[in-house]
Design a protein around this ligand. Structure first.
Ligand code: NAD
Ligand code: AHE
Ligand code: ZN
Length: 371
């Protein structure tokens, strides 16, 4: 079938709106009509060329919501008409990782996903007779896409697509990192580096679990008002600390010794170090969420860890997609979490590049493309 898609032909170039061809679902696969998709910083990162798994041409996008149109042979848990959220972290419930109960990082299809193909090694998308790659197993920058059954969370039918698409990445990543990965305790002091689409959800998660003090760090002063609305109690703009500003010292002083929990939501190794070193001696837990470019590395004095700080990471908020995503949709529908205020822009597909420009200028939190 013909589908409308924003195609990434080359790294560093704007997306190109094209009619591409999509094959139907094979065994274990599902054809989904994507109704809405968010633009995450990770899409921008891959498009920039800094992602070692970034391959072109590809159809990016991994923060979608839509409706099942057709199921392939053997699919038993989904049927046409079901409302779904694509999962870049699938949940097969059978692999070593799923069975371990220690991680959400299902390994069933990770290797083919990283190569931009379906589990059988081929792509369903093509343009002018040549294959176009999938991205993160989702490719939500197309109005129809094909995914494995294990990479779809079935969600309630009354939830609005243009809001719950954000649960496909940013909301779950931020709130999940607090609840499932770091397991922030009530009364804790929390520091959040980067107050964008992920960091603001970390703040909202921290408020949900009853954190006592929530300190936000961002170089964009426009982030302060929104972050306060979501529960931030203190704002630090490193640029206000002067050219030699000591962010770590400032936070340690502000918190009387360091934060109980810190989160890096930018993808900057310097901030990752600051987040760790400004967490509390003896028990501080610092969670890396941000994705740093190929070739970048983190460093700290081992003494920081010897003296009791712990450095951990979180992918998709530690959430098990098919199990946890429907619950997070319920939280939204029950008014327990706020998504609406974080979606600052709605765009049609043919203006998707404007969404990335807004992100680059720090003018949007989340832009959502509505098909
Ligand atoms: P975003 O662009 O919406 O937000 C980034 C924020 O960081 C902005 O507010 C920006 O002003 C701030 N920032 C930039 N440089 C800074 C600096 N030097 N000091 C302080 N603040 C600074 O991006 P996002 O969508 O929130 O994504 C954030 C990061 O999380 C990205 O690296 C993205 O790839 C990653 N991510 C990871 C996961 C995961 O599962 N681990 C999931 C989604 C996104
Ligand atoms: N290909 C990238 C991987 C970047 C990465 O860490 N991705 C996160 C999700 S970001 C969503 O916005 C993730 O889930 N990681 C676990 C995994 O298995 O990819 C790179 O930099 O190599
Ligand atoms: Zn994302």
């Amino acid at each position: 079938m013909d589908v409308r898609a924003a195609v990434a032909f080359e790294a560093g170039q704007p997306l190109s709106i094209e009619t591409v061809q999509l094959e139907g679902p094979r065994a274990g696969e599902v054809l989904v009509e994507i109704k809405a998709t968010g633009l995450c910083h990770t899409d921008k990162y891959t498009l920039s060329g800094a992602d070692p798994e970034g391959m072109f041409p590809a159809i990016l996008g991994h923060e979608g919501a839509g409706v099942v149109v057709e199921v392939g042979e053997g699919v038993s848990t989904l049927k046409p008409g079901d409302h779904v959220i694509p999962l870049y972290t699938p949940e097969c419930r059978q692999c070593k990782s799923c069975l371990s109960r220690k991680t959400n990082l299902c390994t069933a299809i990770r290797s083919t996903q990283g190569k931009g193909v379906m589990p059988d090694g081929s792509s369903r998308f093509s343009f002018k007779g040549r294959p176009v790659l999938h991205y993160m197993g989702c490719s939500t920058f197309a109005n129809y896409t094909v995914l494995p059954e294990i990479a779809l969370a079935k969600v309630r039918a009354d939830a609005p697509f243009d809001k719950i698409c954000y649960i496909g990445c940013g909301v779950t990543t931020g709130i999940g990192a607090v609840l499932f990965t770091a397991k922030v305790e009530p009364g804790s002091t929390v520091t959040v580096f980067g107050l964008g689409g992920i960091g603001l959800n970390v703040i909202q998660g921290a408020r949900m679990v009853g954190a006592g003090r929530i300190i936000g760090v961002d170089i964009n002063p426009a982030r302060e008002a929104m972050a306060r609305r979501f529960g931030m109690t203190d704002f630090v703009n490193p640029r206000d600390l002067g050219p030699d500003g000591d962010v770590v010292g400032h936070i340690v002083e502000l918190t009387g010794g360091g934060a109980d929990f810190s989160f890096e939501c930018v993808g900057n190794p310097t901030l990752m170090r600051q987040a760790l070193e400004s967490s509390h001696r003896g028990w501080g837990v610092s969670t890396i969420i941000g994705v740093a470019a190929a070739g970048q590395e983190i460093s700290t004095r081992p003494f920081q860890l010897v003296t009791g700080r712990r450095w951990i990471g979180s992918a998709f908020g530690g959430a098990r997609g098919r199990t946890d995503v429907p619950t997070i949709v319920d939280w939204y529908m029950d008014g327990k979490i706020n998504i609406d205020d974080l979606i600052t822009h709605h765009l049609p597909l043919d203006r998707i590049n404007e969404g990335f420009d807004l992100m680059a200028r720090g003018e949007s939190i989340r832009s959502v493309v509505v098909y």
